[in-house]
Design a protein around this ligand. Structure first.
Ligand code: ADP
Length: 546
């Protein structure tokens, strides 16, 4: 038995967790270090000023995907990269801290704004550009530029230039590499592309690479002609096309800048930096904004399609129920007629032992009749938008009449029903029988959905220029999450107190539709599970011309 102690069971699990964490840290550190070493080869000046610093993108995605612990891998790799080129070991360590803090803070900010790793909304594109790249990377640029100037490696008056170069490199790393890695992650989870689509994407990406290359080989300054291809990639494949297209176009541009070809042949370093970064920013903005815009549109289209098919299915269901209820009405009437003839002895004296059975049959037939009536009413209400008749009525009379109708059932249940009416007349323009129906539903629910002897209070008042009728019960209450659902058709809670009462979940749906036809609102005003509920029906007061 001692083998099964919690410690023994947990030990291998913990062991596996440690191993997988170590793997993740090693993966992050090695990728960061390799990317850093490669991009140092693309430096524009002195082996230091790199136009794109891809490790920032790797670091950000690693922290977003693996969690904060990935920051340790980032720090170790950043330290290894900076020790040989940094001003001093302490300076290199400080720069590494800045390089770690920047993606860490960027990831936290992205989490706060609810960033989607799928980058499938416009706000995700805006978040990664604003918070991930431009905002977050100002930390590494500030620490790095400060260390270089304080250590005397860079003259103080060059602080801002160093800062700007550092910042653009880091920000470009996030803008180009993070979405690319996220698109790979997404592609790994999504169903794989069909052969045709995969071929189309490959051709588009090769096209982007070739066209960018050609455009950067001459002085015509036509490099922006590659944009239509990038846009087609984003439009056809969203992030899966936009991210690699942007990365390829920027990569080709960086290599051209380093080799000094095309527009870069005659430019100074600052001009090169500006040409390159403006191109890069335009590439990323165009591709991601378009990709997320297309993704958003596709989602909206899908929602609309689902809505239309759900509405169509709902209409089929309603017309089927309407037809079924209609057909049921006649046999139910015949059944009710014969049962009452049996009960009142019109068919000859019935044996005593039948009376209980006939009673039950009559009650069940009434129940059936109510259900069929509810179904027909619901269908009728869906088809019309206004009450049949309207007259100016005193709401107090409607409330009194409903309480009176509920009297016998309340007595049977050994409960009480109390009315509290406004002092003066409360005039509304309404169909009195339909408002009465709404009140009957509310009162009957109050009498049914309780575990104690029901105690109901019904009343009406004038409040903020409207007439309000309320029904308060001491029942099971309605949980917060269901307070709107209960007004949907066929909704019933799974509470045993509710399910033991026969019903189909149409009463409140019908009541709300009837209320809406009167320009009224019907809501749960207040409810405490286990204590009771207050429903409120609020109507406009009748105007003098009514
Ligand atoms: P039905 O009474 O046939 O179930 P309703 O539309 O009148 O249909 O009510 C829908 C559901 O709302 C009920 O099944 C119950 O879960 C909940 N409900 C309605 N009124 C009350 C109430 N007064 N107290 C607690 N739950 C209620």
């Amino acid at each position: 038995m001692s083998d099964l102690t919690i410690t023994n069971v947990l030990r291998p699990l913990r062991h596996r967790l440690v191993i997988s964490t170590l793997w993740q840290l090693a993966l992050v550190a090695v990728s960061y270090w390799v990317a850093a070493s490669l991009s140092l080869n693309l430096a524009l000046v002195n082996g230091q000023v790199t136009p794109i610093w891809p490790p920032t993108g790797i670091a950000l995605v690693a922290i977003l995907v693996f969690g904060r612990r990935a920051a340790l891998g980032v720090f170790l790799a950043a330290l290894a990269v900076n020790l040989p080129i940094g001003p001093s070991p302490a300076g290199a360590a400080l720069i590494a801290v800045g390089n770690t803090l920047a993606p860490l803070v960027a990831a936290e900010m992205l989490k706060i704004v609810g960033f989607h790793l799928a980058l499938d909304r416009l706000r995700d594109a805006a978040a990664i550009i604003g918070l991930g790249a431009l905002g977050g990377m100002s930390i590494s640029a500030s620490v790095g530029a400060a260390v270089l100037t304080l250590s005397g490696k860079v003259p103080a008056h060059d602080f801002w230039t160093t800062w700007a170069v550092w910042w653009t490199g880091d920000a470009m790393g996030v803008l180009l590499v993070a979405p690319f890695l996220l698109s790979l992650l997404r592609a790994a989870r999504a169903p794989s592309l069909s052969l045709r689509r995969a071929l189309e994407l490959t051709l588009l990406l090769i096209g982007v690479g070739l066209v960018t290359f050609v455009l950067f080989q001459n002085q015509l300054r036509l490099e922006y002609l590659v944009f239509p291809l990038i846009m087609v990639s984003a439009w056809r494949f969203q992030l899966q096309g936009a991210a690699p297209a942007a990365l390829i176009a920027s990569g080709v541009a960086v290599v051209s800048a380093v080799n000094g070809t095309g527009p870069f042949a005659t430019e100074s370093v600052v001009e090169k930096m500006i040409t390159l970064q403006v191109f890069n920013v335009c590439v990323t903005l165009t591709s991601f904004v378009l990709a997320s815009f297309v993704a958003t549109r596709a989602r909206e289209e899908e929602t609309r399609r689902l809505y239309v098919s759900a509405t169509a299915a709902n209409q089929v269901k309603s017309s089927f129920l309407n037809m079924a209820a209609h057909e049921l009405r006649t046999p139910i009437t015949v059944l009710a007629g014969y049962l009452s003839m049996l009960a009142d002895g019109s068919l000859g004296p019935a044996p005593d032992r039948w009376s209980k059975t006939v009673g039950i049959l009559m009650a069940k037939t009434r129940e059936l009749d109510r259900i069929a009536e509810d179904l027909l009413d619901a269908a009728r209400l869906e088809a019309s938008s206004a009450p049949a008749t309207r007259e100016v009525v005193d709401l107090r009379r409607i409330v009194e009449a409903a309480a009176e109708r509920a009297g016998p059932r309340t007595e049977l249940l050994k409960g009480t029903i109390e009315t509290t009416l406004a002092e003066g007349p409360v005039l509304v323009s309404a169909d009195a029988s339909q408002l009465g129906r709404v009140l009957d539903n509310l009162i009957n629910n109050g009498l049914s959905y309780t575990q104690r002897a029901p105690s109901l209070r019904v009343g009406c008042r004038v409040e903020s220029g409207r007439a309000v009728v309320w029904v308060e019960d001491n029942g099971v209450g309605i949980p917060e999450a269901s307070r709107e659902k209960i007004f949907e058709s066929f909704y019933r809670s799974t509470d045993p107190v509710v399910t033991k009462v026969p019903g189909v979940g149409l009463g409140l749906y019908i009541s709300r539709q009837l209320a809406a036809q009167h320009g009224a609102t019907l809501v749960v005003e207040q409810s405490t599970p286990g204590t009771g509920t207050v429903f409120a029906l609020s109507l406009p007061l009748a105007s003098p011309i009514d």
